[in-house]
Design a protein around this ligand. Structure first.
Ligand SMILES: *[C@@H]1O[C@H](CO)[C@@H](O)[C@H](O)[C@H]1NC(C)=O
Ligand SMILES: *[C@@H]1O[C@H](CO)[C@@H](O)[C@H](O)[C@H]1NC(C)=O
Ligand SMILES: *[C@@H]1O[C@H](CO)[C@@H](O)[C@H](O)[C@H]1NC(C)=O
Ligand SMILES: *[C@@H]1O[C@H](CO)[C@@H](O)[C@H](O)[C@H]1NC(C)=O
Length: 707
């Protein structure tokens, strides 16, 4: 903690006084203009009611009314993705649909430490209109037919997020070919598994990922065609893929389709639209079968949440193989909201692949909406925090004062336009300065990150809950919702049921709110797992004319009908004296500490406390070492018992600050100098921990910590 000089303390006191006087004078004006009582009434408005309940279950349904779009879809029977896409093209014809930045040059930039990084010089976004997108998709689909593919034949899309991804997917749907999606970051074994299981003959991939297929093709005998989305700068090398496999550029398929007279084959509502492989934290990935009907209903569920405007723009950078991204991009198309493609490495002016002094994607696009995952939001939160911590003490004090002041008044139902447009303006500017809201899904968002980003980005961060098995749709916060750590009320497409779980001590009779395992039933619930009838039977069932999915997540419903995810069945460990430790919860709290890049908590049920395996942040670890007079610089050197003691103390302090219980806080810790990536196998392609792998790799360390 840096202390203030007397002058600075005086200044701060002076600012506090001015602020109090200012508040006192302006408060009546704000009261009259902003009508905080309305804001508060809207916050606590009922979102869902419990319809029925039994001894061990309680069922909730949304009370939100469906909007015009939804009603119109029902009336016009728009029940397949192909029809949705046609509807969007008819409505928005000449509007911009998909935008990609032009790459002007790739350069080597010398870093101060002598290393060389590749950097891009990027131009403006170049847009395809809805009509152009449609005719490209049409040609792509016909091109596939010319190449001998048949309707209902699976096609794998294995590529990073880009416009051509969405276009080829739509092209396939126009020919009623189910698309099989695989994360670009999956390991070779998982990719082979997906390609083999779906028996595809055609894989659509990108030039960047193409070389991977040199290793993969020998294990996937059914594949006879690779379609490659080109890199705009580098020449495409088609050699080395054998004689039995054709490698064709994407543009060539479009050209074939342009001259084709093959007509489309229109899918029906219960035809398969997507087989989406989940990253799977145990065993090999499972393919979730989503019918057209499932996907359309999930999209419609989201239409009641918020209103969209003419000038809305969306920035896409999450993997399209992630259901959240695929559904959200489909929704933006439905509403005619332009989608600009970005990547995590080119998003801001400071991103690692952006040439110094040139503009990142967010600055050029100025999006009003982004979707994100906690992994990315935690990073943004930490980097803002670091900037502030690293600055002069007085800035830090001012910043904290502003945060405190704003949060206090926001809680009372007021807005703080002046603070928004002064102190927090530079932070907003990082993401283009026009953000209207941020969607977050994929994993629980830590309340601290949630609060800090909402305050500093000056827009709501809407957390949602959904799984691949429910096509990303279950609950989401609305713009009036001011809660932290909750996931909002149920969407109109599904019912949410809580079922008592005796073993884990979660019951629907719990006070003050019912708690239990979450089951989801509705038209958005996927058909099942591809070629896995047993697993499908374990986790899906039919009841009262609805298809249900058992999530394994534990939830709690608040009075207003907000769902909060409080635990996961598999993550719960009962310690020796009977206290339950939720590993995931402890991890998500401790991960916020700047010292932590990644962390895995392990709890032995025969012991009294959990222990931690921690991948440290090198810069912060070095700082901590310096403060304690230790001079070492490499990660390997720093991962030593002496540092472990120091980090443990910091981590325990952090745990107490996050109000973790004493028995939840690790009592021993090992620093690991490895980086956990999907390639190393420690985490899934969606960066979720693979507990079993981590525990096995560090077994010796775990034994040592407990001895
Ligand atoms: C509260 O909700 C009503 C109805 O949804 C809306 O018309 C009104 O603008 C909202 N008020 C505020 C202050 O958000
Ligand atoms: C591919 O799938 C078949 C069954 O469909 C299986 O027998 C075979 O072992 C699989 N091959 C690989 C390489 O996974
Ligand atoms: C894939 O290959 C297997 C044998 O290698 C064959 O039995 C199967 O019919 C092929 N599937 C398709 C769709 O061609
Ligand atoms: C200020 O920021 C808050 C979120 O932190 C937002 O809800 C509010 O709309 C913003 N107000 C203005 C006038 O920008």
């Amino acid at each position: 903690m840096t202390s203030l000089k007397p002058m600075e303390s005086a200044l701060l006191l002076f600012i506090r006084c001015v602020l109090s006087i200012y508040t006192f004078i302006t408060w009546p004006i704000y009261y009259i203009i902003q009508k905080p009582w309305n804001v508060k009434a809207n916050r606590s408005k009922l979102r869902a009611v419990s319809l029925t309940s039994g001894d061990d279950f309680i069922l909730y349904r949304s009370v939100t009314e469906i909007r015009d779009v939804h009603a119109r879809f029902l009336q016009d029977k728009i029940d397949t993705m192909e029809k949705v896409f046609r509807f969007a093209v008819r409505q928005h014809g000449q509007k911009s649909a998909l935008g990609t930045r032009e790459i002007l040059a790739e350069e080597d930039e010398m870093q101060p430490n002598g290393r060389v990084f590749k950097k891009f010089l990027l131009g403006q976004f170049q847009w395809r209109t809805f009509t152009q997108t449609d005719s490209e998709a049409e040609s792509f689909g016909r091109g596939l037919r010319e190449l001998g593919l048949k309707p209902r034949e699976n096609v794998v899309v294995f590529a990073e997020t880009r416009a051509e991804w969405l276009i080829s997917a739509n092209g396939c749907m126009k020919q009623n070919m189910p698309i099989v999606t695989l994360y670009a970051t999956l390991g070779d074994d998982a990719i082979i598994h997906g390609i083999n299981e779906t028996e595809v003959s055609c894989v659509i991939t990108s030039q960047e990922l193409l070389p991977k297929f040199k290793n993969i093709l020998p294990c996937t005998p059914n594949v006879s065609l690779l379609i490659v989305m080109e890199d705009p700068l580098k020449p495409l090398d088609l050699n080395g893929y054998g004689d039995t496999v054709g490698v064709l550029p994407y543009k060539e398929v479009i050209r074939l389709g342009d001259f084709s007279s093959k007509s489309g084959l229109i899918p029906k509502p219960d035809d398969t639209a997507i087989i989406m492989y989940t990253s799977g934290s145990t065993g090999s990935p499972k393919g979730v079968i989503m019918s057209h009907q499932n996907v359309v209903n999930a999209m419609l569920g989201y239409t009641s949440v918020t209103t969209f405007y003419e000038n809305d723009v969306y920035m896409a950078y999450l993997p399209l193989a992630h259901v959240l991204e695929l559904i959200s991009e489909s929704i933006w198309m439905l509403y005619g909201i332009p989608i600009g493609y970005s990547t995590p490495l080119t998003m801001t002016d400071k991103s690692s692949k952006i040439k110094r002094g040139s503009q990142g994607d967010a600055s050029v696009l100025r999006p009003t909406i982004i979707a994100s995952v906690p992994l990315v939001l935690d990073r943004i939160h930490k980097s803002i925090q670091e900037k502030i911590e690293g600055g002069p003490a007085i800035t830090k004090m001012l910043f904290n004062l502003a945060m405190e002041y704003k949060n206090e008044w926001t809680d009372r139902g007021y807005e703080t336009p002046i603070i928004n447009s002064t102190l927090f303006k530079p932070i907003r500017a990082l993401l283009g300065g026009r953000l209207r809201f941020v969607l977050s899904g994929g994993a629980p968002l830590a309340p601290e990150t949630h609060k800090s980003l909402k305050t500093t980005l000056c827009c709501p961060v809407l957390q949602g809950y959904g799984l691949t098995e429910t096509c990303a749709a279950t609950t989401v916060m609305d713009l009036d919702d001011n809660s932290l750590g909750m996931t909002g009320g149920p969407l109109t497409c599904c019912d949410v049921k809580l079922v008592s779980w005796e073993e884990g001590n979660y019951r629907i009779k719990d006070w003050p709110n019912p708690r239990g395992e979450i089951h989801i039933g509705g038209s958005n619930v996927a058909v099942g797992y591809y070629k896995q009838p047993e697993k499908t039977k374990e986790e899906f069932y039919d009841e009262n004319g609805r298809h249900w999915f058992r999530t394994g997540d534990i939830g709690e419903f608040s009075q207003e009908g907000f769902l909060q995810i409080i635990d996961r069945k598999k993550d719960l460990v009962k310690l020796q004296y009977g206290e339950y430790v939720s590993l995931g919860k402890v991890e998500s709290e401790l991960k916020i500490s700047p010292l932590v890049d990644n962390i895995c908590i392990y709890a032995d049920p025969t012991k009294l406390f959990p222990v931690a395996l921690l991948v440290p942040n090198l810069d912060h670890l070095k700082n901590l070492a310096e403060k304690n007079g230790i001079e070492m610089s490499t990660l390997e050197e720093l991962c030593n018992p002496q540092m472990e003691k120091l980090v443990l103390v910091e981590l325990q302090k952090h745990g107490a600050k996050c109000r973790l219980q004493k028995f939840e806080i690790p009592q021993a810790l090992t620093l690991v100098p490895d980086i956990w990536t999907p390639d190393s196998g420690h985490v899934t392609a969606a960066f979720k921990l693979r507990r079993k792998v981590v525990q096995d790799r560090y077994k010796a360390a775990i034994d040592r910590m407990y001895s």
